[in-house]
Ligand binder design. Structure first.
Ligand code: MRU
Length: 353
C-alpha cells in the first residue's frame, strides 16, 4: 500500500464488482458515492462531471472497460470483444481534451486484444495497475516538484489537480502536499475557478481536509495578489501536453501564466507522462472542449445573467511552453520545456523515484 502523506481523499473505488465514484458535483456540501455497474453509466458520469480531472478520467474509463467487458462476456462468450465496441466508443466520446482518457483506453484495448476466455480478471488487474501507477507517479512528482520550490512562501493553484482529479495525492496538489510537509509552503491561494468552482468546492475542500492553510480568491484577483508579491509559484496540472510543451489546462491557466511572467512569478506544470501527447506537435492541435453556455449563465439552477445574453464557455485553454518555467513528470523535471527536452524525457522508461 502506498503511503498517502497529507491525503485523506479517495474519489475512485472498485468495490464488490462495481465502480464507486465520489460525486464531485455535490462537494463540499455532501459526500455521496455513485455505484456504477455499466460502461454507459461510467461515460455519463465522466461527461456530467461526477468525476473530473485528467488522470481521474483515465482511471475511471479503465474501470468502465472492465464493466463493459463483464457485461459483454455475460451476453456472448464468443464475440464479447465485438459486442463491447459500442461501450468503448461511448467512453471515448465522454470528454475530448484530457488525453489520459485515450491513453487508458489504449492500454485496456491492448489487454482485450490479447485475451481469450473470461477477460474480467486480466482487465481488472490492468485497471488497478493504471490506478496504482498514477498514485505512485503523483507521490514521485510531489517530491520532484517540492525540490524546485526554494525559499518558504505561498503558492497559487487553479482548478483542482488534487486527489479528486487523480488516483490519489494529486499532481499540482501533490507538489503542494509534499512542499507543505517539507515546510516550504506556508499557504495555498486557490482560484475559485469559474464556472464549475473546482477551486472553491474541491481544492479548498481537499486542503481543509488535510489541514493545509488555504485562502480562496476570485479568479480576477490573482493579478493583484502577484503584484503585491504574495506568491512565489503558480502550480497547476494539465489535461494534455503537446510535443513542444504547450499545455492545455482549465480555462484561466493561460491568463495566469501571462500574469505570472509579467510579475516574475514562476509557473510549474505538474502532470504524469500519460498526459503528454506526442502526436500533437503544438497546442493548436489540442481539441478544446466547449461546454454549454448554460453553465455560465446559471448557477445551481439560478440565472446569473439576463435572458437573451449569450455565453462562451471553453473548458480549457493552452499555455504556450515559453511561459512554463518547470514541467514536472514522474520521469523527471524539465526546466523551460521544448520539443527536444520532451522527446528525451518520453524516451525514459522508468519513474525518477
Ligand atoms: O473540467 P475539469 O474539472 O475536468 O478540469 C480539470 C483540470 O483542468 C485539471 O487542472 C487537470 O485535469 C489536471 S488534474 C490533475
Amino acid at each position: 500500500m502506498i503511503p498517502r502523506n497529507h491525503d485523506h481523499v479517495c474519489a475512485i473505488i472498485w468495490r464488490d464488482n462495481a465502480l464507486e465514484l465520489l460525486d464531485q458535483r455535490l462537494l463540499p456540501g455532501e459526500i455521496r458515492y455513485q455505484r456504477l455497474t455499466t460502461a454507459v453509466e461510467v461515460a455519463t458520469a465522466i461527461r456530467c462531471m461526477v468525476v473530473r480531472g485528467a488522470p481521474a478520467i483515465g482511471i475511471t474509463a479503465a474501470y468502465g472497460v472492465v464493466l463493459a467487458a463483464r457485461n459483454s462476456y455475460a451476453k456472448t462468450q464468443e464475440h464479447w470483444q465485438i459486442s463491447m465496441q459500442e461501450d468503448l466508443d461511448q467512453l471515448a466520446a465522454s470528454r475530448p481534451t484530457a488525453v489520459n482518457l485515450f491513453w487508458a483506453l489504449r492500454r485496456m484495448k491492448r489487454v482485450i486484444a490479447n485475451t481469450s476466455g473470461n477477460p474480467l480478471e486480466r482487465l481488472l488487474i490492468e485497471a488497478r495497475a493504471i490506478h496504482e501507477e498514477d498514485i505512485a507517479a503523483n507521490q514521485c512528482m510531489g517530491l520532484l516538484g517540492a525540490e524546485l520550490l526554494g525559499e518558504r512562501g505561498a503558492v497559487l493553484t487553479h482548478c483542482n489537480a488534487g486527489s479528486l482529479a487523480t488516483g490519489g495525492y494529486g499532481t499540482a496538489l501533490g507538489v503542494i502536499r509534499a512542499g507543505y510537509a517539507a515546510g516550504l509552503i506556508e499557504r495555498v491561494y486557490a482560484d475559485e475557478t469559474r464556472p464549475w468552482l473546482q477551486g472553491a468546492r474541491l481544492t479548498a475542500w481537499e486542503l481543509v481536509q488535510d489541514r493545509i492553510p488555504v485562502t480562496l480568491l476570485a479568479d480576477g484577483a490573482a493579478a493583484s495578489l502577484m503584484r503585491q508579491g504574495m506568491i512565489r509559484w503558480v502550480i497547476v496540472g494539465a489535461d494534455r501536453i503537446a510535443a513542444n510543451g504547450d499545455a492545455a489546462n482549465k480555462i484561466g491557466t493561460y491568463g495566469l501564466a501571462v500574469t505570472a511572467r509579467y510579475h516574475g512569478v514562476k509557473l510549474m506544470v505538474v502532470a504524469p507522462a500519460s498526459t503528454v501527447d506526442l502526436a500533437v506537435p503544438n497546442g493548436t492541435g489540442i481539441p478544446i472542449e466547449q461546454r454549454a453556455a448554460d453553465e455560465l449563465l446559471n448557477f445551481n439552477g439560478y440565472p446569473v445573467a439576463p435572458t437573451g445574453a449569450d455565453g462562451w464557455n471553453p473548458s480549457f485553454d493552452v499555455t504556450p511552453a515559453e511561459l512554463i518555467d518547470a514541467f514536472v513528470t514522474e520521469r523527471g523535471v524539465i526546466l523551460k520545456p521544448d520539443a527536444a527536452k520532451i522527446a528525451d524525457m518520453m524516451g525514459i522508461e522508468n519513474p525518477a523515484c
